[in-house]
Design a protein around this ligand. Structure first.
Ligand code: MG
Length: 312
């Protein structure tokens, strides 16, 4: 099915679900009358939203093997086909689009001239499983997860042989050096830094929780993980952090928002943004970096907030 945009922007009221005791502070994260704007539909498993301009959003049709683009003028269209089953995206400090490629089992980058380049596809001589999601830090390093979904799910990649002995998080330094920064985890997926990059959050879709790692040694190493939040319902997939340190996580019922970590764990859930479809990922962007682009199963949505994303 082709990606399509409704002829008129389909917008409906968004009924927020605050957690008990957080009615006011959760409502304060959104405009007075929040809306859910449907920008595109027609996918099987949309993922990896990223803002490539003030109003321009790209995202993955993972199963359809295409990279899609939405602009206010053109609606939805195809940016790259085949996309080699790209999944998560990030924007680096030069504004280049970085992608986690299931099919190429690599982290790839779109250069300023539009050409795509493989940045890394192996560690210690072994091919990655299928990089899923990634985040750029302020030093120019790219941190990415490497679960097996692109190998184990034939519709989400090109198959192949597993070479890694587990699914880890890796750090690709700006000089091209790749290091494994975690032990194996069941389903490492979304990543996001705290506003000052002192904490890296990891969503584990199989374990159903979000872990928090202290970032050590000048941003080159991670400490031991602590459980930040257990999602009910899960599973968490893509995650983002806002400027106040709150963690926004995708899940089966929409987006759950957790308070910034205090002195104790677990984190307190402030509420849920209920969406009609299982939600895979989200990204802050637009004017003031206050708008969420959200991929949920077959649909791409836009939600205005009253906060600012910590990072692109
Ligand atoms: Mg993901």
């Amino acid at each position: 099915m082709e990606p399509t945009t409704p002829p008129a922007l389909a917008s409906e009221p968004l009924a927020l679900t605050p957690a008990p005791g957080h009615e006011d502070d959760f409502a304060a994260l959104f405009p007075r009358e929040p809306t859910l704007d449907l920008l595109a539909t027609g996918g099987t498993w949309f993922e990896g939203p990223a803002w490539t301009g003030e109003a321009e959003i790209v995202w993955s049709d993972v199963v359809g093997n295409r990279l899609l683009i939405w602009t206010p003028e053109q609606g939805a269209g195809i940016l790259l086909e085949p996309s080699h089953h790209q999944n998560g995206h990030a924007i680096d400090s030069e504004g280049r689009l970085i992608a986690a490629s299931h099919g190429e089992r690599a982290v790839v980058r779109r250069e300023h001239d539009g050409a795509w380049q493989i940045l890394t596809d192996r560690h210690d001589g072994r091919r990655f499983n299928s990089p899923n999601d990634l985040v750029c830090d302020s030093q120019g390093a790219i941190w990415f997860t490497d679960p097996r979904y692109g190998i184990d799910k034939p519709e989400e990649g090109y198959g192949g042989t597993v070479e890694m002995d587990g699914a880890r998080v890796y750090r690709l330094a700006s000089d091209g050096t790749v290091t494994a920064v975690t032990e194996p985890h069941p389903g490492p997926n979304g990543l996001a830094f705290s506003p000052d990059e002192s904490v890296l959050y990891l969503a584990d879709s199989e374990a159903g929780h979000i872990l928090a790692f202290e970032v050590l040694d000048g941003g080159t190493r991670l400490g031991e993980p602590v459980t930040f939040a257990v999602l009910d319902p899960g599973p968490p997939d893509g995650i983002r952090v806002d400027g106040a340190g709150r963690v926004w996580s995708s899940c089966a019922s929409g987006i759950q928002v957790f308070a910034a970590p205090g002195d104790g764990a677990p984190a307190e859930r402030l509420g849920t943004v209920p969406l009609p479809l299982r939600t895979a990922n989200l990204a802050f962007g637009g004017p003031g970096r206050s708008t969420l682009a959200v991929t949920a199963t077959s649909n791409l949505y836009r939600i205005e907030t009253a906060v600012r994303g910590a990072h692109a």
